[in-house]
Design a protein around this ligand. Structure first.
Ligand code: LIP
Length: 274
């Protein structure tokens, strides 16, 4: 039966969202526990798109663990993982997985790396979890269910003026993109309170949801960086979208802020050349 909300053949019920949200939380927690153990044993480190785009044996092992758990729990679902895990499915649900978001932080034992797991239907995240072990933080959200940090319900506060906003951002791995991002930042920085560069998009989006920053923007994210954190921020009352106000698109400029700050930040980013 088509679902009026998503127009799919899959009926997205609150029961289904609850099941997917808890499964996302469970596998993300397990993956961060595995990552922590593997780091203690010593990592094998490789590079991907550039000299600074790292991937480790822990990234691959955690994605394998998550895919294995999902295959048992929900064998008919599709999957898409950052480290190459992609499988077709027949259920209408696709899992979007970043086994370690913030791999550079993970390699350097720097706080702020996370496991991000989302379940989506027709490209729309309906359940997700972001687990940040170095902060002891477990963020989850379900479509229409709100967002939580542990047992705390998240609801973003009224925003400050843009000039007093604390804004998170990040940078790509490719030199020319980093130069462009730096030029934009140079024009943004004088017009806001300050920036925070965490090094993991999923954590930045959860920081918007938890009021740890007032806004976030970044270009060049993968779908796995975005899926769970965008749902958590949205369910906490933030807006997540593109510079033109449309839906966020992986790879393009993604912006998240309180709805009353979103437009002003987009205008500043346009002025800055984004
Ligand atoms: C990271 C993103 C982050 C970005 C980093 C890096 P990864 O993903 O989550 O927002 O600024 O440069 O791309 O590569 O650690 O999974």
């Amino acid at each position: 039966m088509p679902d009026p909300l998503l127009g799919t053949d899959l009926l997205v019920t609150d029961l289904l969202v609850t099941e997917l949200r808890e499964l996302a939380r469970q596998v993300a927690v397990e993956a961060t526990e595995l990552a922590t153990r593997l780091r203690a044993d010593g990592l094998d480190i490789d590079r991907k798109s550039t000299l600074t785009d790292l991937v480790t044996n822990a990234d691959r092992a955690c994605e394998e663990l998550i895919l294995g758990r999902l295959a048992v729990a929900r064998p008919d679902d599709a999957t898409l993982g950052e480290e190459g895990g992609a499988t077709e499915g027949s259920s209408g649900v696709r899992w979007v997985i970043d086994p370690i978001d913030g791999t550079t932080n993970f390699v350097y034992d720097h706080p702020g790396w996370a496991c991000s797991v989302a379940a989506e239907v027709d490209g729309v995240p309906i359940a997700g979890a972001v687990v940040v072990p170095t902060l002891g933080a477990v963020f989850t959200a379900g479509a229409g269910q709100g967002a939580t940090l542990g047992t705390r319900t998240l609801r973003i506060a009224e925003p400050p003026r843009l000039a007093e906003a604390l804004v998170a951002t990040g940078f790509g791995y490719e030199a020319r993109r980093r130069r462009q991002q730096g030029l934009i930042l140079a024009r943004v920085l004088p017009r806001i309170r300050d920036i925070r560069r965490t090094g993991a998009a999923a954590v930045d989006l959860c920081s918007v949801a938890a009021g740890r920053v007032d806004a976030y923007y970044e270009t060049g994210l993968g779908p796995w960086d975005l899926a769970a954190g965008a749902l958590i921020a949205t369910e906490a009352g933030a807006r997540v979208g593109a510079l033109d106000g449309g839906p966020a698109v992986a790879g393009d400029l993604v912006i998240s802020a309180h709805p009353d700050l979103f437009g002003e930040l987009c205008e500043l980013l346009r002025d800055a050349g984004a």
